[in-house]
Design a protein around this ligand. Structure first.
Ligand code: NAD
Ligand code: TDX
Length: 330
């Protein structure tokens, strides 16, 4: 099977490529990645049966020629960081909306199976004290430019399935953690700050809740949907990992032998979503998927160890990232 992975030099995409090479000897992988600030070719070092094509998913000619020679497209490429989307939304519209449109036109023309990777943020947020979780029936209600462009891309996929019979599935996953995540994101930022002797930075009071899932569990769910999912269907991916940001910071502090108050509060994010929570019943009941990382504390410990052991991977991005945060008051 010839698999085209967009965004395969980013966090989740690179872990997907590692898992695919490890577990699927019949697969060859082409990664299409623009190597933006978030892409890192070294995340794919040492992998066999992987070719990296450096290019833009909004480049219709390139995308058409690549899609024509593959059996499956798995679309991870995106502008993915909420804080950046508040500073400058324009690349989010281009990559997330126009890029997805470009891929859909190519899979339509060549009749290629397509899986669309999306986020639970398309549903907006939940109240902290609300027992409800997101389900596939929850209405779309995105809050940020990032989530609005992801929601737009999901709607394009649904329309291409219905109008043109494109063979597509969609997944909406909760917050991922694990190796190869950019240091701009919450967990790697705090870990690498602590390596540098800098106190963690909590937005607002730290009461916002995210539903954490290990990146390998996200990717095993993506494979389950590709192999056994119903065409045109949306699957929510989550592993019952709700934690507020304060709890996460305190777990990380404990890994460094520091106390529960050894962090700073900084300016909150504009429009900051309160809580995300996923009901993954369809994925579990229909496709028989289960997560392997059932202990967040254990998964987090392994992630802290990964960042300690792989400073050469993250160090080049650290200073510029912190400069951007300082300018925004975070
Ligand atoms: P990331 O920012 O780490 O990686 C994105 C990758 O896409 C980078 O390698 C970048 O170079 C590439 N890219 C960006 N613009 C491109 C373009 N125009 N053409 C080609 N390549 C381009 O993102 P991530 O966290 O790995 O997220 C991957 C996908 O998963 C995204 O679609 C995101 O919306 C979705 N998602 C992420 C999470 C999460 O917690 N990180 C949760 C749910 C869904
Ligand atoms: O320094 C920080 N301090 C802090 O308190 C940072 C960077 C973040 N936060 C908070 C904001 C959020 O409540 O931590 C939480 C997680 O922040 P991010 O890592 O920026 O993730 P989030 O905004 O929740 O979005 C992530 O999950 C859904 C991914 O970045 C998205 O791509 C994905 O769709």
């Amino acid at each position: 099977m010839r698999v085209l992975v967009t965004g395969g030099a980013g966090f989740i995409g690179a872990n997907f490529v590692h898992q695919t090479v490890r577990e699927r000897p019949d697969a060859t992988v082409t990664v299409l990645d623009a190597l933006t600030y978030a892409g890192n070719a070294s995340s794919l070092d040492g992998l066999e049966r992987v070719e990296l094509v450096v290019g833009d998913i909004a480049d219709a000619e390139l995308v058409d020629s690549l899609v024509a020679r593959h059996d499956l497209v798995v679309h991870f490429a995106a502008e993915s960081h909420n804080d950046n989307s508040l500073h400058d939304p324009s690349p989010f519209v281009r990559t997330n909306v126009v890029g997805t449109f470009t891929l859909l036109e190519a899979v339509r023309k060549h009749g290629v199976r397509y899986h669309h990777v999306s986020t639970d943020e398309v549903y907006g947020d939940l109240e902290l004290d609300d027992p409800a979780k997101f389900t596939p029936e929850t209405p779309y209600n995105p809050s940020s430019p990032y989530s609005a462009t992801k929601a737009s891309s999901d709607l394009l996929v649904r329309a291409w399935v219905r109008s043109f019979g494109v063979q597509a599935t969609i997944s909406n996953c909760s917050n991922n953690y694990g190796p190869y995540q950019h240091v701009e994101k919450f967990i790697p930022r705090q870990i690498t700050n602590l390596v540098d002797g800098v106190r963690p930075r909590l937005y607002g009071a730290g009461q916002n809740v995210r539903d954490w899932i290990h990146v390998d569990d996200h990717n095993s769910a993506v494979w389950a949907i590709i192999e056994r999912g119903r065409i045109g269907e949306t699957y929510l991916i989550g592993a019952d990992g709700e934690k507020n940001n304060l709890e996460v910071v305190q777990l990380i502090l404990a890994e460094f032998g520091l106390g529960p108050d050894d962090f700073d509060h900084v300016t909150d994010r504009a429009g900051h979503d309160l809580r995300y929570a996923i009901d993954a019943s369809r994925l579990r009941d229909e496709l028989g998927w289960t997560p392997r990382y059932t202990s967040f504390a254990d998964g987090l410990r392994a992630t802290v160890e990964w960042y300690r052991a792989n400073e050469a991977w993250w160090r080049p991005a650290k200073e510029a990232t912190e400069r951007k945060y300082a300018a925004a008051g975070h």
